[in-house]
Design a protein around this ligand. Sequence first.
Ligand code: ADP
Ligand code: MG
Ligand code: MG
Length: 921
Amino acid sequence: MSDTKRVYRFGSDAGGADITEGASSMNYTLGGKGANLAEMCRIGLPVPGGYTITCQTCMEYSSAGNVWPEGALAEIEEATRDLEARMGKRLGDPQDPLLVSVRSGAPFSMPGMMDTVLNLGLTDASAEGLIAQTGAPHFVWDSYRRFIQMFSDVVMGVDGDLFENALTEKRLVAGVKTDAELSADELHELVGEFKRIFCEHVSGEEHPELIQNGAVAFPQDPSIQLKLAIEAVFGSWMNERACIYRKANGIPDDLGTAVNVQAMAYGNKGETSATGVAFTRNPANGARERYGDFLVNAQGEDVVAGIRNTVPIQKLAEYPALKQAADDLERIFQILENHFHDMCDIEFTIEQGKLWMLQTRVGKRTATAALRIAIEMVEEGLIDKETAVRRIDPAQLDQLLHPQFDTSAKVEVLARGLNASPGAAVGEVVFSSDDAVAAAAEGRPCILVRWETNPDDLKGMVAAEGILTSHGGKTSHAAVIARGMGAPCVCGVEAIHIDAAAKEARVAGTDVVLHEGDIISIDGTQGIVVLGAVPLVSVELTGDLETILTWADEIRLEAGSTHPYHVRVNADNPEDAELALGFGAEAIGLCRTEHMFLGDRKQLIQDFILSDDTRVREDVLARLLAVQTEDFLKMFRVMDNREVVVRLIDPPLHEFLDAPRELEVYLTKREAAGAPEEELAGLRARLRRIDGMAEMNPMLGLRGVRLSFVFPELPLMQVRAVASAAAALIRDEGLVPKPEVMVPLVALASEQVQMRAVCEQVIDEVAGEYGVALDIPVGTMLELPRACITADEIAQDADFFCFGTNDLTQTTFGFSRDDAESKFIPIYLHKKLLDVNPFETIDKGVLELVRMAVEKGRSVKADMHNGVCGEHGGDPASIKALFNVAGVDYVSCSPYRVPIARLAAAQAKLEAEAGAVHLDR
Ligand code: ADP
Ligand code: MG
Ligand code: MG
């Protein structure tokens, strides 16, 4: 037997005295509802008397296979007797009965748990007693029929429709529109009918305790009613709906739910009584106004059930009989906000003019409202700026930055995929980048539908409103680029089978075939595809976001702090750089130079790779140098006085070459067309060379720094372009360019040593040519486990570290990021082999590699800078871990995620300062 307390009392007794044994801090013992009922009593608000049975009792009951722990029933029995004494009424009393509600309440708000049962304690005898007491037969029969209905449905699992149908029929026969208009006699008749339904549908075998004179009867003993209701709440913790909800929301299964047993307040005692729900501020836009609804002469869920037309809460004071309660409510709104320092939602009932509080909790709100409320509460002195910053959910900011499906629109999902880049888009289906460009040129919005995208698709991705791929995960090319552009993207929609040549796509499991020009809508926030046009809404960006982010910046960059948390951006062109500055990026953490080789320049790089002729190669290099220098000039101008980390050429070469299969098809066509032998020979030679470059595992192949040893001219040309642009800006425009050169995919310290030597030689040459001093650091991109493990060696010749956590995740797990997310990660998540997708939120093993490398690097160079430029740099949970656990100095993310990163970094800093994490630095 355990000696822990199982029952906590709360609320007012008949004489108005209060008892409080709990508090809001006891969420895990009393559940959210019970803890806050206790808290409301503690601060002197009117709460009907009651008691809460602990969550732990539920867990013991449930783990024992629905068997009561020893002593628990006796303790509840005692609490019930005590409640009767406090209220001066007894359950089932034929003169003046006590009625109670039985309410579930878990530590986290959980739909799917058992519903509330009201008016428990009504029996044939106590109903008569209540009539005698109140002289209000209409109210009593209404309460009784509600009780039988709820008890049957919620506790015994009888189909609720049976009762609704009987009720509807009664209204039809009586010729009235609402339940409230039924007469007392008609309600009395309904009680009889409801009891009959109960007896017909409850099995005596399962419930022998309900058998009376050989047949099931509606229980006339309130203690049986109460025991069954409590057991039903406990049992509902493990019901399927609740388990699914917990799994989906990451709520542990071993918390249990509390049960609140509480004396009824009657909102259905005529025109002086009412029931309602309200928020202390507007949860949609955050305005400082009361928000909510009530109903006169009604009970419980009538307000949300939508059976009758509710009245806005502002009108409450206009009802003379309710004026006093309205004033009290207004005062309570203030008390609640002053106490919880937040916007609260409440449930209340007015019984014959007297206000009773039945529930409160911190209210849910939209992103817009969250910002406004936080800022106004700072202005009102209710909270400080730190609290305001802590309170905004970074993930919720996405709502503000991208258009969404209008939630009032009816949407039928055609297919599902990964929610790869947030926001929604509507447009005509196109199957190639050229078609996307053509459609956009004619002003027709389009959605680019591809098996997978590659760097060649960039122009089409820019032209399209949104991107849909049937293959690839959240760090596939399409996803990364779309996020960078802020374009909606749904990836890995495996049900869509694309025939790009025929310009159509079959949708598996349906008879839909998408043709070019068909209108579809995609929602990259949810990962869904819809046939036809769904109306879109954009949330208006107010200055509130800017205010919160400015406060966030003050926190994360606090002057004098030994470890400011910086936020940079991944940007490859001046437009993105400018956009990101507007979003508050401090510098560029990753400039990928390969995007500078696309478009017209692709031919140049192809000629370079495929040609044996040194003169051709030299000529190509000279032209590439000119255009790249021009690129960097523009980039460094925009980013004057701010760091720009330029990564040397990185991707596998095949990304720049023609796809061999396509080239083969073209060759065959030209052969058939009888093209001149000279042309055909050229094509064949080209095909041979491309075939010769094919690799089994391109992502583990000739890429990154390895390219620099096979084609040394390429990276040196890039370094020369970087240095020349910087030198020209210093000499000719008086600017302060701050480029940094980053060597990708380093595994060996020797790679870094050799690369750095040649880079510095070029930089020195350029400095000499321009007659200026150039200080361009050369750092390492760490994205291989070997590099992290030997980071102290590499640090000897690296001026900074930046972690490419996409590749580092890929190489640490040995998961291909292009395939894993569509092939088996969902199964791993489902089977709980993984808690989170490691490409989305940084894995602890990968994090440990980063932490270790940072530590090893600093052991060699104490003031070395460490950054992160993978997709994790834009994920709030990863941002916190990277700063607080791994100890990096900055994260770098795509432009649209910069606001989210600023907020998450500030929250990380606050957590670190609160001592939630320890960092030895
Ligand atoms: P939920 O978790 O679904 O909100 P509640 O336990 O809060 O369920 O109950 C729903 C509604 O039932 C309350 O909002 C209130 O209107 C009514 N209710 C619950 N307990 C009482 C009570 N003791 N007196 C009057 N109404 C009650
Ligand atoms: Mg409630
Ligand atoms: Mg990489």
